[in-house]
Design a protein around this ligand. Structure first.
Ligand SMILES: [Zn+2]
Length: 257
């Protein structure tokens, strides 16, 4: 009788232990599941997160190509595992350079328009800004099979007339200016100075994303490895900028541009 009681008591004691043990096991299984789910939901690297304050994103924009350096710049970026945004002059997209533009797009870089002529008089005084962008958009579409809406206005969006702004908005163009000017023309032949200039300016950026302006030159090509290193050391991740990005940056401070 005593023995039977001991057995029953032991069983009774064992039940809570089993319950606690089972629930612990299930919980840890849940955690594992959540972990797996979270890692799956992480956005791929090339997708630009919405706010710089959350992720510290920087954009490297390379203007005035395609030049003879474009292919090498695309390869240098690839080697560093980063992507940039190229603002191209339509009249330069000829011959071999068409292939370079295709390669840049295929590698995940963003391609934007920078007018056909880059001629301030034609674009702003003679009102050719929108017609030139339309022409370039058609040209890029035939090359890349993609309707591109991203624009960098030569010399900045400051020069556009109210009518041109209105037309750009009607056409759903996105105008991206810049907030870090490398002044690479000033440091011609000295790529390390270009890197230093950008590095110093990066310290001012805590809340909004830096949009760095360089030009498609041999200096930029040479600067890429140390520039990427410097940007990473400042805690930024480089992303290409596409027209559907929620982050707007233009000198007119227009949220619809
Ligand atoms: Zn330019």
């Amino acid at each position: 009788m005593k023995k039977k009681l001991i057995v029953i008591a032991s069983i009774l004691l064992l039940i809570p232990c089993l319950v606690v043990g089972a629930s612990f096991f299930l919980k840890s299984a849940d955690v594992a599941k959540v972990d797996k789910k979270t890692s799956k939901q992480e956005p791929p690297r090339q997708q630009a997160p919405k706010q710089a304050s959350e992720h510290k994103i920087a954009y490297l924009t390379i203007d005035d190509g395609p030049t003879k350096y474009m292919s090498a710049i695309v390869a240098a970026l690839k080697k560093e595992n980063v992507k940039a945004t190229f603002f191209l002059v339509g009249n330069n997209i000829t011959g071999d350079r068409k292939q370079a533009v295709k390669e840049a797009a295929q590698a995940g870089n963003s391609i934007g328009m920078h007018s056909m002529t880059h001629d301030a008089k034609k674009l702003y005084k003679n009102g050719q800004f929108i017609p030139e962008m339309e022409q370039e958009s058609t040209l890029l579409n035939s090359l890349l099979g993609k309707q591109i809406k991203l624009i960098r206005a030569p010399y900045g969006s400051t020069y556009l007339s109210a009518m041109q702004i209105k037309n750009a908005q009607e056409k759903k163009y996105r105008l991206l200016d810049w907030n870090i000017d490398s002044e690479d023309w000033r440091h011609k032949g000295k790529p390390q100075e270009i890197v230093t200039s950008i590095k110093e300016q990066l310290d001012k950026f805590h809340k909004i994303s830096p949009v760095i302006l360089v030009h498609e030159t041999e200096d930029t090509l040479k600067a890429i490895p140390s520039l990427v290193k410097a940007i990473r050391e400042k805690g930024f991740e480089l992303m290409p900028y596409f027209e559907d990005n929620d982050f707007h940056l233009n000198f007119r401070k227009d949220p619809d541009l």
